[in-house]
Design a binder for this molecule. Structure first.
Ligand code: ADP
Ligand code: MG
Length: 277
């Protein structure tokens, strides 16, 4: 089971779009995928066709210890399921503040999946903050995927993000690493996008080898700005169902292939994806 947190503390950079459409791409390739919506805004749930009003079981119930992960997981298509979220989850940040072991609630809840080989991929759509929900995601995964919108301040936020993963790696989850940065909302042909990409490359290659991002790649796929990607959520469909031939669908299919190809390199290190999880 590969476990990937899609994370960036900035909003509007493509986390949810990437979580949903990458998950859909992997499901289409035959992988059993679950998206965990870790954002109280519930955008990923909505994007995958779920309306989570009051009374619907969500990931909040898992944090509250009132449900296990399979009780709240809903199938939304072939090979793809979601653990939804709604605004109830916002309370978790406060309610968990004094709970011992709060960082590991999600990790413990997912143990059952690991033991039973239930899923191939778990993708977590993180909220735009570095609070207890994001920390839970980082403690429950081995990989972080960072969507980045290439603009002038993009790299500033990134160092904070990297420090947080380093902290989690040191104190809470030594198996965690940043596996890659996906450039989203990409404006091909602009000087700025090329410059930011170059700066990012320089930052990654000049980092120490003991940082959790030492092996991070910049995915070759550039997810171009494409209006269909912005329209799909309101229809509750992934891009492959909404507009299967648009550039957005091509880009996420390509990103999916890159993520799948990493399975080979994970095995190269003697670590099968199953063990890595
Ligand atoms: P985040 O989850 O990081 O806040 P979203 O994935 O919700 O970001 O994206 C922010 C907004 O930009 C949404 O309205 C989304 O539909 C839109 N969007 C994301 N990626 C693209 C893209 N490649 N092209 C066009 N619109 C996009
Ligand atoms: Mg989002």
């Amino acid at each position: 089971m590969r476990t990937i947190a899609v994370m960036n503390q900035k909003g509007g950079v493509g986390k949810t779009t990437t979580s949903v459409n990458l998950a859909a791409a992997l499901a289409r390739a035959g992988k059993r995928v679950c998206v965990i919506d870790m954002d109280p805004q519930g955008h990923a749930s909505f994007h995958l066709g779920l309306e989570c009003g009051p009374g619907v079981a969500t990931v909040y119930d898992v944090f509250a210890g009132e449900a296990d992960v399979d009780q709240v997981r809903q199938l939304v298509g072939q090979n793809i399921s979601v653990i939804p979220s709604n605004i109830d989850l916002a309370a978790a940040e406060v309610e968990l503040a004094n709970v011992g072991g709060r960082e590991f609630l999600l990790r413990n809840a997912m143990k059952h999946w690991r033991d039973n080989n239930k899923l191939d991929y778990v993708i977590m759509d993180c909220p735009p903050s570095l609070g207890v929900l994001t920390i839970n995601a980082l403690c429950a995964v081995t990989e972080v995927l960072i969507p980045l919108q290439p603009h002038f301040f993009a790299l500033q936020g990134l160092s904070k993000l990297f420090e947080t993963t380093a902290l989690v790696t040191r104190r809470l989850n030594r198996d965690l690493c940043v596996s890659g940065v996906a450039l989203c909302l990409y404006e091909s042909g602009t000087r700025l996008a090329a410059d930011v990409t170059e700066d990012l490359r320089h930052f990654l290659t000049s980092s120490d080898s003991d940082t959790p991002w030492a092996d991070a790649r910049i995915f070759r796929t550039r997810v171009r700005r494409n209006i269909k990607l912005a329209e799909a959520p309101s229809f509750g469909q992934s891009i492959f169902d909404y507009a299967p031939t648009c550039p957005g669908a091509k880009d996420y299919a390509e990103l999916g292939r890159e993520v799948l190809a990493m399975e080979d390199s994970l095995s190269d290190t003697g670590e099968t994806p199953a063990q890595a999880a």
